[in-house]
Design a protein around this ligand. Sequence first.
Ligand code: PMP
Ligand code: G9A
Length: 396
Amino acid sequence: MVSSMEWKRYYSERAKALKASEIRELLKMTQKPEIISFGGGLPSPDSYAVDQVKECIDYVMETKAKKALQYGTTEGYSRLREFLADYMKKKGYNAKPDDILVTAGSQQGLDLVSKVFIDKDDTVITESPSYLGGLSAFRAYLAKIETIPLQDDGMNLDILEERLKTGKKPKFIYVVSTFQNPAGICMSTEKRKKIVEISLDYDVPIIEDNPYSELAFSGEPPKPILAYSKGNVLYLGTFSKTFSPGIRVAWVCGPTEIVRKLTIAKQSTDLCSNVLSQRTVYEYCHRGYLEENLKKLRKMYKRKRDIMLKAMEDYFPEGVKWTKPEGGLFLWVTLPEYIDTKEMFEDAIKNNVAYVVGTAFAGGKNTMRLNFSYPSDEDIVEGIKRLAEVIKSRIK
Ligand code: PMP
Ligand code: G9A
């Protein structure tokens, strides 16, 4: 008889490869009130339309409680899928409700995509830098990540094409197309069309992850890559950044056949997404509250971006560069090459300011991601001042 079970001896290869998410761990640390966090990609606490959400939940509970509290279908609440199919049509993709699978956040979509496509040692192509949660999902299924550098107008497609001509054929290309996490960059329409062609020429599908396109600071965001697709793109959308991340409702949209396969994969993951949440989200959208509130959000985040850009101009030393995003929640900072943001992180925390190190996103050692949606306007300025002091102490 064993005196205590040594669980780790039983771990799968997959479990042994799991690493804690730097963002999720950081989130715990930055709960301390004295720290100004530019870390996690959290919406502003002032972004939530609490009264309208309450109205929707009350309506669902008063009129449909027995359905909202019951199991739902794996595919998702039918009215929400119809709404989303219409929404995707407006974005330029002729979706039917069967082309939509509702998921518990896009993060679940990324996990299901990995479950369905990735075998051990398969190659996945991502941007550099790319979304940490995507990289973690692919790595959890033992994929090998190969990165293609980002340019100001999106992934460098010459390098992508060169890579596809030679070397092992990847399973898919993962692209955060609009106001990218982490760099804030938006892929140009020209490149959207071109990457669809490349994907068809080299027979490698595209996974387009697009949580931020509704947060464009001026004008219409570009149409998704999906709009130019010929059955070769799978799209992930979410209500996390436009409505609420706590409500955990997102969707996958693409060719019916693959949406069906993902649905079967979801059956063994969680049976169905939260029904009360899905019905609440549907009511919120159906009553026009999503659109109404988005107007407020775009203005608020534009203001916060401007405050951050101005503070950086005012306080950051020479030799530091940053992106100027036209939407979304993040910008990307590049320090002189000799500064390692991981080594600098401890000093930043001592100075009560936090960021995410660039290497977490498969970016350079001298880079970092800053979030401008979560901190208050005053904290953005104060936090940038604190960060500037830390950077200055390392400038040669
Ligand atoms: N993809 C990207 C690019 C993201 O930035 C995020 C959230 N930070 C997600 C997916 C996951 O979001 P959620 O699971 O809340 O929908
Ligand atoms: O809290 C999370 O993990 C979601 C946010 C992601 C991000 O900061 O990129």
